[in-house]
Design a protein around this ligand. Structure first.
Ligand code: B3K
Ligand code: ZN
Length: 877
């Protein structure tokens, strides 16, 4: 009791609500910033042209956001210095009660980027200065209305020591540069496009640059520059190519051209997220921009391509048209993820891209939707917006846009996006505005559809069917429901497209189309059919739902062989494997012996031997559903049973098909020089899948094959695969040998060493936690660098379920200790790392108790950041 009492007496952060939105009281027509960067401190001079917002009636005080770390040195209005009586300051805001309707505000602020470990605002990454302002980082730089609906034209001068910081960058075009006293120099940048403060960026450092150019569709020449450390100059070509491809694609598919004369990307090592779309000056985590065959895996090559495109696409979907408030975050993120995934689909294999996206959505986003942080695509409230850069906003948001695309068709959708960009260019708008543009361009009514933005949770769709043989009439009945989520108990029916095909016993497609489900129960009939078809439902995963239909194994095998939709072929295979694995998990828990049915071996053999199939498709078809996916599907997550069953099946399939795996391995081995194109990636994917199965046979001769691949590989995909497969297959001695060898080869490459940490942290063996603790002391580990935390701490807690969920609770305590350590230093990362603990309700009783005890220990800490407080308190609610 007493402890609860003391917690309540601490002042807890309050949520803010969408319903409380008010237009800004003042607008900033022009923002002039002057930065003087020094080793101990930075001075920021801001000159703002302020005007009362004519859309707001009555007089209001001027309120500027300002983080507690800002030192206010001087404040003046129209040249008159304000005294302390003229303004007041609290934790978040500076209030000036009495201001004219139009005035110039000047403000001198002192900040300390060198001490900024939160990596928000202006901070130092290794030796360079850089910024991250989204969502609310600009208020750590100067006093300003730091909200996305205040859009201003920026002019920025950066001054620093010329030797230490020869490169000085900001948004827009460079307009002036020169020398200053004491070996210093300056550059002035002018950005003519009004933008909110979250898109501001500044970089100062000693950087190398890769330069190229791009001619836009209308014939304008744009200078392209990618900056990084000198030693990484050879790793920038793939990002440059991806950028040019993205620029062309956006012209061709969306009719969108780039607008400034220069587009810059800067790679930094210390970064909380993947990348940031600052106007004309993207700042990227090195992990999302550097790529070379020797140091980068195929997956990372594709990630670079996708993220470079994503940030580029934001120039229209995010920058030219931005969000009115942060509740609308998915307006730019969902749409831009949809755009980048279509781009990647066009550049590589469409089916494979869809399989990858859906696997992630169904595993991680569905789990989020079923957890305590579940929220709608347009949330109604938040305590800390940084906690809402979620899979729901990004991935489910993209699925919502995809559904509009499916409902309208490509051509009408394009009319809608044209209308949206034209209508709202230069504005800060809402998801309603986006949907309205789609509705106006198509003449359709999307009132019900908008529930996808306001209702959280993953809908269920149950399908049953009937067949009237005499009339040749087949009917499908669809029933939808949606489970309760925090704050939302009752849900109304969604409007969802259900793409389908009807497949005959000989594999021929009888009919295909898109059903529109709008009611809680609806029946669709199909006439004149020659036989009872097998329904292929939710083709291409046309809606983000859990669909069930009582398929027999024979029906699934038919779809696996013949479905005209590649995604559903894969999904049929997944359903077969999931059904079997769920049965085996039950058997395992009941102490029964496990066995592999012959039918499964036969169908896998058929897929493996089918050389007409795309090897990437084969690799996806023959990869067993992940432990994380099985966990998401489970009523109660039995971590050890899931792991044991998956291992049993892997070994059984390895042994049963050993000659076929070896044959596939050889077939996919090639002497061609490395190329990251889709076909070569597919070949390597199948080869390394086969290697994994071969190692699962525990035969030493096959271990030699893996070691040979490790040593001979001319690319990181093959080398990393051999390393992680040997380590994770439990060959302790050989694993250590390869780890040591890998360390010797790559200790000078930070990103490669992240893999080395991650392979060890995600190794499912009993010594993993001790090893992770030892690795924390490794000279290359740095707790201030989010990439290092992700590759060690997050890899252990989120990708090593058997070790994280050890029954003695040691994994939970380990994570709790980290959260407490990072709470103040880097709240965003601390809150993100917490995710695995928040899912406690899904585990057996004993684990629940240990997990909640750890959450309570965190909640009882003094001075919790808003980020951590929000996640922990909602998890315990
Ligand atoms: N818009 C940025 C995300 C910034 C997150 C800040 N906490 C990256 C992106 O989605 O493109
Ligand atoms: Zn984005």
């Amino acid at each position: 009791m007493s402890q609860q009492g003391s917690q309540q007496s601490q002042q807890q952060p309050e949520p803010i609500y969408l319903k409380d939105y008010k237009a800004p009281a003042y607008l900033i027509d022009h923002t002039d910033l002057r930065f003087e960067l020094y080793e101990e401190e930075t001075l920021v001079r801001a000159t703002l042209k302020v005007r009362r917002n004519p859309a707001r009636s009555g007089k209001s005080p001027l309120e500027l956001h300002g983080h507690e770390s800002l030192e206010l040195c001087r404040l003046s209005i129209d040249g008159e210095v304000l005294s302390e009586r003229d303004f007041s300051r609290d934790d978040e805001l500076l209030h000036i009660a009495d201001v004219p309707d139009e005035f110039v505000l000047e403000c001198l602020t002192r900040i300390h980027p060198q001490l900024n470990t939160a990596l928000e605002g202006l901070y130092k990454s290794d030796g360079m200065f850089c910024t991250q302002c989204e969502a609310e980082g600009f208020r750590r730089i100067t006093f300003y209305p730091d909200r996305p609906d205040v859009m201003s034209v920026f002019r920025t001068t950066v001054e620093a020591d010329r030797k230490l910081y020869p490169v000085l960058l900001s948004n827009g075009n460079p307009v002036e540069s020169g020398s200053a006293d004491d070996g210093r120099h300056f550059v002035t940048w002018d950005d003519p496009f009004p933008k909110p403060a979250y898109l501001f960026a500044l970089v100062a450092g000693d950087l190398a640059v890769l330069e190229d150019s791009y001619i836009t569709a209308s014939g304008r020449k744009v200078k392209l520059q990618i900056y990084g450390e000198n030693k990484d100059l050879d790793k920038l070509d793939h990002a440059m190519l991806s950028l040019k491809n993205a620029m062309r694609w956006d012209e061709e598919v969306y009719g969108r051209e780039y607008d400034l004369d220069i587009y810059m990307i800067v790679a930094v090592d210390f970064f909380n997220m993947g990348a940031m779309e600052n106007k004309g000056l993207n700042i990227f985590n090195t992990s999302c921009v550097l790529a070379s065959p020797r140091t980068t895996t195929d997956a990372a090559f594709q990630r670079v391509e996708g993220v470079v495109a994503h940030e580029y696409f934001h120039n229209w979907s995010g920058n030219r048209v931005t969000c009115r408030d942060w509740f609308q975050l998915s307006l730019k993120e969902g749409f831009t993820v949809f755009r980048d995934s279509e781009f990647s689909a066009d550049m590589n294999s469409r089916t494979v891209k869809r399989i990858e996206d859906v696997s992630m959505l169904r595993t991680a986003q569905f789990a989020e939707d079923a957890g305590p942080m579940a929220h709608p695509v347009r949330p109604e409230s938040f305590i800390e917006i940084s906690n809402f850069y979620t899979l729901t906003i990004y991935e489910k948001g993209a699925e919502v846009v995809r559904m509009l695309h499916t409902l309208l068709g490509a051509e009408t959708f394009r009319k809608g996006s044209d209308l949206y960009f034209e209508r709202h260019d230069g504005q800060a708008v809402t998801t309603d505005d986006f949907v309205q543009a789609m509705a106006d361009a198509s003449g359709r009514d999307f009132t019900q559809f908008k529930r996808w933005y306001s209702q959280a949770g993953t809908p269920r769709v149950e399908v049953s069917d009937s067949w009237d043989a005499a009339k040749g009439v087949y009917s499908l009945t669809l029933r939808q429901s949606c489970p309760a989520t925090p704050g939302q108990t009752e849900k109304l029916p969604f409007h969802m497209p259900v793409a389908y095909g009807l497949v005959a016993q000989n594999g021929v497609e009888l009919e295909a189309g898109v059903l529109e489900l709008t009611d809680s129960e609806q029946t669709f009939t199909f006439d004149d059919l020659p036989e009872k078809p097998v329904p292929s439902l939710l083709r291409g995963f046309s809606a983000p739902v859990k669909l069930s239909y009582p398929y027999s194994d024979e029906q699934l095998l038919l779809l696996l062989k013949h479905d005209g939709d590649g995604f559903n072929r894969w999904d049929a295979g997944q359903r077969i494997a999931v059904n079997l694995m769920q049965q085996l998990i039950e058997d395992h828990l009941a102490g029964k012996a496990l066995s592999l049915p012959d039918a499964m071996v036969d169908s896998w053999r058929a897929v493996l031997n089918d050389e007409s199939l795309d090897p990437a498709m084969v690799a996806h078809l023959l990869r067993l559903p992940s432990e994380a996916y099985l966990a998401e599907l489970a009523e109660v997550i039995q971590v050890d049973a899931i792991h044991a069953v998956r291992e049993f099946l892997r070994k059984a399939l390895a042994v049963a098909l050993q000659p076929e795996w070896l044959e596939a391995y050889k077939r996919c081995t090639s002497d061609e020089p490395y190329s990251p194109d889709a076909e070569s990636c597919a070949r390597r994917a199948l080869k390394n899948l086969a290697l994994g199965y071969l190692l699962a046979t525990d035969e030493d001769a096959l271990l030699a094959l893996a070691e040979e691949q490790f040593v001979d590989a001319d690319n990181m995909t093959d080398q990393q695969a051999a390393l992680s497969l040997v380590v994770h297959s439990g060959f302790r001695e050989a694993g250590q040998r390869l780890l040591d060898d890998f360390h010797t080869r790559w200790h000078h490459e930070a990103l490669v060493m992240n893999q080395w940490f991650a392979v060890q942290a995600s190794d499912p063996w009993s010594g993993a936690l001790e090893r992770v603790k030892t690795l924390q002391e490794h000279p290359l580990f740095d707790a201030k660098n989010p990439n290092k935390l992700r590759s060690l701490v997050a890899a252990f807690c989120a990708q090593n379920p058997v070790s994280f969920h050890a029954q003695d609770g040691s994994g939970y305590r380990y994570l709790g200790d980290w959260i407490i350590k990072l709470n103040k230093k880097n709240p965003q990362i601390a809150a993100r790392l917490l995710t695995p603990l928040t899912r406690w309700k899904r585990y057996p009783q004993a684990a629940q108790q240990l997990m909640t005890a750890e959450l309570e220990r965190i909640l009882a800490q003094p001075e919790l950041s808003k980020d951590v407080y929000e996640v922990v308190s909602k998890s315990l609610a």
